[in-house]
Design a protein around this ligand. Sequence first.
Ligand SMILES: [Fe+2]
Ligand SMILES: [Fe+2]
Length: 244
Amino acid sequence: MEAVTPAKRRLFLFGTLAAVAAPAVFTRRAFAEEKGIGEKLKEAVTGKTGKEVTPPEDLMREHGVLDRVLLVYEAGVRKYASNEDFDPALITRSAEIIRDFINNYHEKTEEKHLFPRFRTAGKMVELVDTLERQHEAGRKLTETIIRLAPTSRSSGADRTRLVDTIQSFITMYRPHAAREDTDLFPKLKDLVSAHEYDAMAEDFEKTEHDLFGEDGFEKMAARVAQLEQQMGIHELNQYTPQGR
Ligand SMILES: [Fe+2]
Ligand SMILES: [Fe+2]
C-alpha cells in the first residue's frame, strides 16, 4: 500500500478545497454577469448610467451653473457701461435661475446638509458662519436685481443701482463658491460615514428631481446656455487667444 506523505495529503486537501470553492466562485461570477446585464438593461430603458454623483460633485456642478450666470451678468454690465441696447429680460431670467436653483435649492442644501455637520464637528465654523451670512446677502441682492432689471433699459438711477447690485453679487460669489469647492466640500467625507455620504447623494438627487424634474440639472444648464446665446457670449472659441 502506498504511503500517504505530507506532500500528497496537502495536494488532496487542496483538491478538495478547490472542488468546494469552485461552485461558489462560479456562482458569484454568474451573479455578477447577471447583475451586469440587468444594469445594462436598466440603462437602455432609462438612459441613466446608474452611477450616482457624489455630494461635492453635485454641488460643484451647480457652482458651474452659478459661474455661467455670473458670465451673463458680466456681459450685461459691459453692455450697460457701453450703452449697448439689449433686452433686460435676460438679466431678469438670469436672476430667476439664481433665485430658484442657487438661492432656494443649492444653498438650502448646503444649509440643511453641510453646515450643521461642520458646526456639530466644530470644524471650520467661522467659515460656515460667513458662508451662511453670504447666502442671506445673496438672496437680498437677487431680489433687488429682479426688482430693478425691468426698468434698466434706459440709463438712470435704477440702472446705476442695478449695476452696483450685480457687481456686489459677482464680487461676493466668486470667492464664496471657490472657498466651498476647495476648503469645505473636500472635508465633508471626513465628517460622515460612507453610508451617510451615499445617502446624502441620493437625497440631493431626489430633491433636485422633485423640484426641477427628472433632468433638472441638464434643463437648468440649457437655460443658462440659451441666455449666453442671447447675450452673445456662448461661442466658447471667442475666448481663445487668436494668432499667438
Ligand atoms: Fe454657499
Ligand atoms: Fe455653494
